[in-house]
Structures are given as C-alpha cells and as structure tokens.
Design a protein around this ligand. Structure first.
Ligand code: CU
Ligand code: CU
Length: 389
C-alpha cells in the first residue's frame, strides 16, 4: 500500500502547454496538486478499506474466540454442575449402623518370625460400606479396603503372592521396594497369581497399591494398603500402642444408599470426593475409639493412599511429641509439632503421649476431610461417651 503512489502514473507525464510560462508552471503545479490529492484520496480510501477489513477480521476473530470460550465455559460449568456431591448422605438409622459396623483393625499386627515374611494378597471386586448405610462397588481386596496391614522387620525378605479374583487385570506396587516396576509390578490377569520378593531394607511406613492404568481409578476403588517396616532395635523409642491409619478419598457416582455407588472419574479428576476416611470407613473410630492409658506413648503409623489429597495429621487437645516425616525412620524426628502433612502416596510416624484422660480426636486438619469422614477418637483412660469434632 505504501508503494501505491510510486507505481501509479505520476504528474511528470503532463507536459506544460500554452502561451504563458507562468501559466504553464501554475498549471503544472495545480496538476501536481490534483494528482497528489487524488493519490491521497485513493490512499485514504484504501487505508480506510483496509482498516475496515482488519477491524472486520479482528471482530471475527474476537467473536469466534468469544464463542469458543463461551462454549468451553459452558461445557466446563455444565460438567462441574454435574458433579453432585453426596457428602454426608445417610439413612435414618445411620447411628445404629455406625455402632454395628465392625471397625477395620487399626492395631499393628504381629511380625512374622524368620528371614522371609510371606503375604498372600487377594484382589476382589467387593461391595464395601464406606460410611453408615453407604455402599460402594469397589475393586479392592478380599477383606475390603484397605488391604491387610503388612508388618515386617528391616532386612526381612518380603514375599508377596498376588491373586487376581477380580474381573480385570491388576498389579501391586510396593513403595518400600527397590525393584524394577516393569518386571515386578506387572499386570496379573483375572484368575492368575504372581509372586515376587523384595528385601525390606528401608524402615518406615509405606503405601502399597495397584499400579494398573488408570491408576487413579484403581487406587480410588480401594486397591491400597500399608506396609510397616520395623527398624532395627533401638532406632525407635518404645511405644505402648501402635496404630495404623490409611487415609483415602472416595468419589461416588450416586449416594450409595439405595444401591452401591460406582466410581466417578470426573469427580476424581476434579479432586472432589464425597467421603474421606481412615481405614476405609467414615468416622469408624469415632463410634469405636482407639484406646490408650494416660501417660502411654501411642504411635500412629499413617499412610495417605490418596489417590489425590494430602492428609494433615493432627490430634486435637495435644501436640505430637515426635514426628518422622514421610516415615523416614533413619532421620531424627521433628519434635512437638501441631500438624504434619502426609502427602498422597506418602507416610508419617507420629508419637503422642497424653497424660490427661479424655477423648482426643485425630483428624486431617484440612477440615473438609473431617466433614467427609476423616476423623477418629483416641480415648485416653476410662472416659464415658463419644464426641464429634
Ligand atoms: Cu487394580
Ligand atoms: Cu505409588
């Protein structure tokens, strides 16, 4: 466009004619002026036209971008709108059901003698109760979710036999092992078994879980558990009680009251759980508290199975005397802390000594988790009743 005046016929083609050289010069100047004005006019028209086109194109772009954005926003908000929360859904007899529920045993089980500790893990599709009256159609273990607590000594060889009684392939990944995942954490087909061993060289509390894709769905369906690798004698101070807690979230496609709920992937991606639990059932240690005597040291071995949300471990009414973060038992503990985050896929070991009798709630202090069921009670001494927090 800027070259237009130079490619057009120029004024110098008009030869002066007529009697007066002055007139000829004046005519020439006038001619130049007219031609120049004409060029300016053409230029302005072209420029304006171009600007209109540009504006039009920009407007088109803006419109289509806005339309795209609007349609994106609409579909996003629609799907978020579809993520109905079933948090707190309960039948009228929820209290009786909670009392009748047999809590997952939180006590750390005994060690196996010898150099090899063998564990049979059976995967099975089972309908679980995850809260009073709330049923969930899981892929979990023969005994529900979490899987059995595995307790071994540092240096022991752990022999795992995985039997898949489910409908689809599954696997088991131990965070306490240093072995090739492609070889040992491989998929096991329905009806088949697979064994492998690893040496438990690293003390602490670790997660184990199914690692078959999509892992999010397999973990969220209940395929996780805890392994405690007891360190060599003298590393840990003596504890009077040992409790294992596996924290996790549940993502439901329905409220689970009339019929068992199925996993909802959209909610899992949005990290919008309906229930959050310790050892697979909302509030089970509120109605069935864990116990200790005043002055005893209670050790909590905590794993956060996730699949996606951390657990901010806290005991109401006291301070954690010692905390081994991420279960790293070879490092000194941090002392006298209020709340310690246990990341999804991580662990922590927490010692607490409570001298005064009472009911001490243990929670994830991310308080939506408490409302959704990640709360229990430590009952110290012979105190009556229960409480919620
Ligand atoms: Cu699985
Ligand atoms: Cu993992």
């Amino acid at each position: 466009m800027s070259s237009a005046p130079y490619t057009s016929p120029h004024p110098w083609t008009a030869e002066p004619e007529g009697p007066s050289p002055l007139f000829a010069v004046a005519s020439l100047l006038l001619g130049v002026l007219v031609v120049a004005l004409a060029f300016v006019a053409v230029f302005m028209w072209f420029d304006a036209h171009q600007a209109r086109d540009d504006a039009g194109r920009a407007a088109d772009r803006a419109t289509s971008a806005a339309a795209a954005h609007a349609s994106h926003a609409t579909s996003t908000s629609a799907s978020i709108g579809a993520l109905t929360s079933y948090a707190g859904a309960a039948p009228s007899n929820a209290e009786q059901l909670a009392l009748a529920h047999k809590p997952f045993p939180a006590q750390l089980p005994a060690l196996q003698a010898g150099q090899v500790a063998s564990y049979d893990l059976v995967l099975k599709d089972v309908t679980l109760q995850i809260a009073p009256g709330v049923e969930y159609s899981s892929w979990a273990w023969a005994g529900g979710a979490p899987g059995p607590v595995i307790h071994v000594r540092q240096g022991q060889t752990v022999k795992i036999t995985l039997t898949n009684k489910g409908a689809i392939p599954h696997s088991v990944d131990f965070h306490s092992a240093r072995i090739a995942p492609n070889v040992y954490f491989k998929d096991v087909n329905p009806g088949e078994s697979f064994s492998y061993s690893f040496k438990a060289n690293d003390p602490g509390v670790y997660m184990y879980h199914c690692g078959t894709k999509p892992v999010l769905a397999h973990i969220a369906n209940g395929m996780y558990g805890a392994i405690v690798v007891e360190p060599k004698a003298g590393v840990l101070p003596r504890a009077d009680r040992n409790y294992v807690l596996v924290a996790s979230e549940w993502y439901l496609g329905s409220n689970g009251l009339e019929s068992a709920a199925a996993f909802n992937m959209t909610k899992a991606h949005a990290r919008q759980p309906d229930w959050m639990t310790f050892n697979g059932y909302a509030g089970q240690y509120v109605t069935h508290p864990l116990v200790a005597k005043p002055g005893e040291t209670v050790r909590f071995w905590v794993v956060d199975a996730g699949p996606s949300i951390d657990t901010d471990f806290h005991i109401v009414g006291t301070i954690l005397n010692r905390a081994w973060v991420d279960g790293g038992l070879n490092s000194p503990p941090i002392k006298n802390v209020q709340t310690v985050a246990v990341p999804a896929g991580g662990g922590g070991v927490f010692d607490v000594r409570i001298d005064h009798p009472g009911l001490y709630p243990f929670v994830s202090h991310a308080f939506a988790a408490v409302d959704q069921g990640q709360v229990g009670l430590l009952k110290v001494g012979n105190v009556e009743g229960t409480m919620s927090h």
